[in-house]
Write a protein of this length. Structure first.
Length: 358
């Protein structure tokens, strides 16, 4: 343990020496010797932005206040160059600062990051607004995540009125992407702020939790698929992203042929690494208009392929009797992306259900 600690300490010293470098060349690396010793750095760590991130994670886990604050200041100082690279550290620092009493500092750092994303928080505590709402990405985008963290800091530290005003300015202009809107609605609801009515809840299919427990080594989506095929008489497939893309490829097919079907199944099977059920092609070809509609929604930029349902099920004797299914383990909830797609399916009369292990 002593040797391991000494090894880690040496690595941290090397990383600290690197974060002040500006333009690194191969000669600099050779002269420094950082790759020669037993604690030499890897190819990623020799660049300042990566060294800073690695140091931050190390001292964050150690709860080392002085080192964490030193590194976050370094990152803020270099936001112009690497703001997206430092986004995760800024988000983590907001949590860290909340625990250690540096809330105003964290709010300031979040604001600076948002400014780099062309988003600005302005106004008084009781009448605040967010400028640049069009620049907020989807709910997985750092602009959305850091803004959400900023609002949580306000709520947790006695500035609920300002948070309420800001959330109102986000929700009632109708400019957010569907999943982002759900993200902020959920945030407001957790904090007991008045928000719009909750979206439609998809009908549920309950799967006994013991089925999941008995198949721990298998993906829960495949476990659910096997159960639903056996209990409901459907057949189906686990709709990974590649399968969805293949369905969209069929939009332009104007005629059915065995040769086209064979080519489609071979290519998709090679991509996925396993043999494909031939009925996938039949289903996709029969419902080209539906997949065309879904493709159009992606092209608008309001939706992304994140959150697509996990399973596509249909009756083998009636390809028009189908349902899209999202699978969730016990205690899990739909993410904002998944909820946005669920509402789209339900609002457009497209069969959609939530399969939950309970």
């Amino acid at each position: 343990m002593v040797k391991q600690k000494k090894y880690i300490d040496q690595r941290m010293l090397l990383l600290k020496g690197i974060i002040d470098w500006r333009d690194i060349t191969d000669i600099d690396i050779d002269v420094s010797g950082v790759c020669d010793s037993i604690c030499g750095l890897n190819d990623d760590e020799i660049f300042p932005r990566n060294a800073a991130s690695r140091l931050f994670r190390y001292y964050y886990k150690l709860n080392s206040v002085d080192n964490v604050r030193f590194l976050i200041k370094y990152m803020i100082k270099n936001l112009d160059r690497w703001y997206l690279h430092f986004a995760r550290s800024i988000d983590q620092y907001a949590i860290f600062a909340s625990k250690h009493g540096f809330v105003d500092e964290a709010l300031g750092y979040c604001s600076k990051f948002l400014e780099k994303c062309s988003i600005e928080v302005s106004g008084t505590p009781n009448r605040s607004e967010i400028i640049g709402i069009d620049s907020i990405g989807d709910s997985h985008d750092w602009s959305c995540i850091i803004l959400g963290r900023y609002l949580k800091l306000l709520i947790d530290h006695g500035e609920k009125e300002k948070a309420r005003s800001l959330i109102a300015s986000l929700l009632y202009l109708g400019k957010l992407r569907p999943d982002t809107e759900i993200y902020f609605e959920n945030l407001a609801r957790k904090c007991k702020l008045n928000v719009k009515k909750q979206g439609a809840k998809p009908p549920e299919i309950v799967i006994p939790y013991r089925i999941q427990v008995n198949n721990k080594s298998q993906k829960i989506e495949l476990t659910a698929l096997e159960y639903l095929e056996n209990s409901l008489g459907y057949i189906g497939f686990y709709a990974e992203v590649e399968v969805w893309r293949a369905m969209f490829f069929l939009i332009d097919e104007d005629s059915f042929s065995d040769s086209k079907k064979g080519c489609f199944l071979r290519n998709l099977g090679t991509l996925l690494g396993y043999q494909i059920n031939p009925l996938i092609y039949d289903f996709g070809f029969a419902h080209r208009s539906l997949f065309s509609k879904l493709s159009d929604m992606l092209l608008t930029g309001k939706y992304t392929n994140i959150g697509f349902p996990d399973l596509i099920l249909f009756k083998p004797d009636d390809i028009n009797d189908f349902v899209f299914v999202e699978v969730k383990s016990r205690g899990d909830k739909l993410s904002p992306h998944q909820q946005a797609w669920a509402e789209f399916f339900l609002n457009n009369g497209i069969p959609y259900k939530l399969a939950k292990f309970k």
